[in-house]
Design a protein around this ligand. Structure first.
Ligand code: ZN
Length: 185
């Protein structure tokens, strides 16, 4: 599949076995802006699942893919993907192409500048048995099982102090889990 180059869109496609076969030029630029410095060859010909952290979200993504193949109808789902200097609201659209290929087109809907120096610390920490950030809406779970906005969490968890004990993993908050489950059924 040849991907169109549209500056507001980040696209990639998978084949019938969910192997990533193409990515557009914006993809690597976006990845780099998110602190993920790697080459196109690190992505192409690898299974989509390798790039999704968390079993729950992996399973729901598979269900969404199955639904698009089954119904042949595209699915669009909003999500959030921040950087240290901006809140970014995006929409992911899954669309079926011949031979059961799926195109993932991620469109940036809205960007709100912010200044969140502790953010990179939050993202780079990665462990089991830990505090949790929702992969989908970017809210963070506090000790009392409450999901709050990431900047609230950063203040509350004292990330700015560089707490070395902090462990963060990615999962799904209750409302995103419900929304994604509904979308995949
Ligand atoms: Zn969420």
């Amino acid at each position: 599949m040849t991907l169109a180059s549209d500056k507001t869109q980040i696209s990639y496609s998978i084949d019938k076995n969910n192997i990533i076969r193409s990515i557009d030029t914006n993809f690597m630029a976006f990845a780099k802006a998110n602190g993920w410095d790697s080459a196109e060859s690190d992505v192409i010909d690898r299974h989509l699942g390798e790039f999704i952290s968390g079993n729950e979200i992996k399973l729901l993504t598979e269900k969404l893919i199955d639904k698009v193949r089954r119904t042949k109808h595209p699915i669009s789902i909003p999500y959030r993907c921040d950087s240290p200097d901006a809140r970014r609201y995006l929409e992911m659209r899954l669309q079926l192409f011949p031979d059961n290929q799926i195109l993932f087109a991620n469109r940036i809907l809205r960007v709100i500048p912010q200044n969140l120096p502790g953010y990179s610390l939050l993202r780079s920490t990665n462990c089991e048995d830990s505090d949790c950030v929702c992969s989908w809406c970017n809210q963070a779970k506090l000790k009392d099982d409450q999901w709050v906005d990431i900047d609230v969490a950063i203040r509350s968890l004292d990330l700015m102090a560089g707490n070395p004990e902090l462990k963060i993993t990615h999962g799904l908050c209750n409302s995103c889990q419900a929304a994604l489950t509904k979308a995949s059924e």
